[in-house]
Every structure is written in structure tokens, then in C-alpha cells.
Write a protein that binds this ligand. Sequence first.
Ligand code: UT7
Length: 329
Amino acid sequence: MKNFILMSGTGSYLPIKRISNEDISKMVDTSDEWIQKRSGIKFRHFVDKGELTSDMATKAAMKVIQNSNINSKDIDLIIVATTTPDLTFPATAVKVQKNLNINAIAFDVQAVCAGFVYALSVGVSMLKDGYGDKCLVIGADSMSKILDWKDRTTSVLFGDGAGAVLLEKIESDNSSQFNWGVLSNVIHTDGNFHDILYTDGGVGKSQTSGYIKMKGKDVFKHAVEKLSNSFIEALNKANLSTSDIDWLIPHQANQRIINAVGEKLGFNKNKIISTVYYHGNTSAASIPLALDHAINKKMVKNGDFIGLQAIGGGLSWGSSVIKYGKPTK
Ligand code: UT7
């Protein structure tokens, strides 16, 4: 018998408060033209006062439970990828578990904008290892809470949101019939670049959360190279090539990075999902938000091959190749 881990459903949540580039221009010295030209971003959503990362994560989780038509009590694992937890501890996933009123094992993964691909990799491994049959992988971040409104180079780029996927383990002795689900994961870390994207505070250093600091040009160059290379690695691991992939769902940080990676990998623009215009960079929520959007728009369909890729502070990065959905009998 062989285990396959399906990605069988999605859900997402965006805070009600939508902030345009014009709104941002009233807060820092910038313009709609600059932000759109340099990043492709037009809007982002910000949490309201009192709204927490766990609230967004819970709403995204409830959506995926509803969309997948499962009983929430059957969920064995909840993994939340976040850099902006409600509290230093306990983990944000613990609050999601309480909100859903279930008994699942719950913990957080912190790999900043790459958090979702890291959490996905952990979820797949744990299901394969026998920790259960159903896992929620949630990416949720309230980046607005760590923006420095004196720094126009970072404050214009980020937004808040949450996205979730359901992973389900199935067993089969006929692997050719069931080559569905998460086919490969690749994750990497290089701490030598810890100081090109970071916060200038934290529990140990300042007893505050600190603000985002970024050497944008350096991160840009690493992003194009590392996203492309890790995706080729993930394709090789899955024994597939770019022409097999129906949809590329890159981390939504900057339209110029998305275009450059697409060109480098030889993807037709029509096969690349982009939501950066609507959400800005939502860190760990970026991929599941874009995936849920693509499913709701009937772009990604059951049985499509999708590629996911993300990079963030660490540097941490990775890619995954998935045959999305469930085999129909
Ligand atoms: O999710 C983690 C991954 N993060 C990323 O992938 C982000 C990667 N980096 C980027 O996306 C880009 O580097 C940025 C969008 C952050 C910046 O774009 P850039 O083309 O690298 O611009 P730059 O930093 O070189 O700045 C160009 C000019 C500068 O003015 P001068 O020196 O040419 O006169 C900046 O001062 O733009 C100026 N500038 C701004 N002007 C208006 C910087 N920020 C702003 C702003 N509004 N918000």
C-alpha cells in the first residue's frame, strides 16, 4: 500500500477594510503610479482594530471545511504558517483549534513569506508518518501590524489575509491510478541572507515585534533565481516538465518578479495566477489566497497540475507540484 496526500479543497478570508494606493499616498510619500509600476499592487486589505491573525485563519478554515463538505471533527492536524501570531505563545493554531471546537494537533510554522510551502511540506510528512488522515494547512498574516509608516519602501507592499487548504491521505496499491495530490515538495534555507529581509525587533532583542526592513533589490534578485531553480527541482522530483503544468501559482510579492520567473521558466502568461494587484503581499497567506481565487474563478479545476512557489525572510524558499483535487470514480 502507498499513501497519497490529496489537496482536495481551499478557503480564504480577506479583512473587510480595503486600502487603495490613493489611501496609502495619504500616509506615506508615494503615488499610485509608483506602486503599480514597481510592484503591480493596487489594493491591500488591513485587519480592523481587535481583529487577530487567528480570527482570519479560523474564517479561512471554516470556508475550506464548508467547501470540502467534511465534518470538522474529522480533522487531525492544524498547521498555521504565520509570522504575525496573536501572541508570542501559545501558537495561533491553538486558537484556531479552540474556535473550531475540535481536538486536532495544532501548531505554527514560521518561515515568513515561504511559510505556506514549509507548512505544506510538514503537513504532508506528518500525514505520511501516521499522525492522521486530514490536515488543514493555513497561511495567515497581519502584516499591517509590523509595517513602519516612516519607511515608504516597505509599507506600500504588504497586506493582511488568510488562506487554507485541506490535505487528505488516501491509500492505494495501484500507484498509476492514484498519482494525485502533492507530488513533490522542495524547501530551502540560507541564513547567510538573514539581514536582507527581517524585523528590527523581537522577543529576545527588544521585547517588541519590530518593523519590516528589506533590501528590496537584493531580495528581488534572489527571488527570481531561487523561485525558478526550486521549481525546476520540484518538477524533476515529480518527473514532470513545465509543459505538464496547467497553472503556476507564485508567491504574490511583486508582479515584476512573477513576470521574470514566468519568463525564465518559459510559462505562458495565461497560465500564471496573479492576485498581487488585489491583495499586495500577504506573506504566508499569499499562495492559498491566490489558489482559492483561481478555483473560485474556475481557472484551476479538479485534476489540474499546479505549481506553487514562495520566498521570504531567512532567506527561506520552496516549491511544490500538485495534481489538485480528488480522483473521480
Ligand atoms: O515577500 C518577500 C519577498 N519580497 C519581495 O519579493 C520584494 C522584492 N523587492 C521588490 O519588490 C522591489 O525591490 C521594490 C518594489 C521593493 C522596490 O522596487 P525597485 O525597483 O527595486 O526600487 P528601488 O528600491 O530601487 O527604488 C527606486 C526609487 C528610489 O528613488 P531614487 O533613489 O531612484 O531617487 C526610491 O527612493 O524609488 C524610490 N522609492 C519610492 N518612491 C515612491 C522607494 N519606495 C518608494 C515609494 N514611493 N513607495
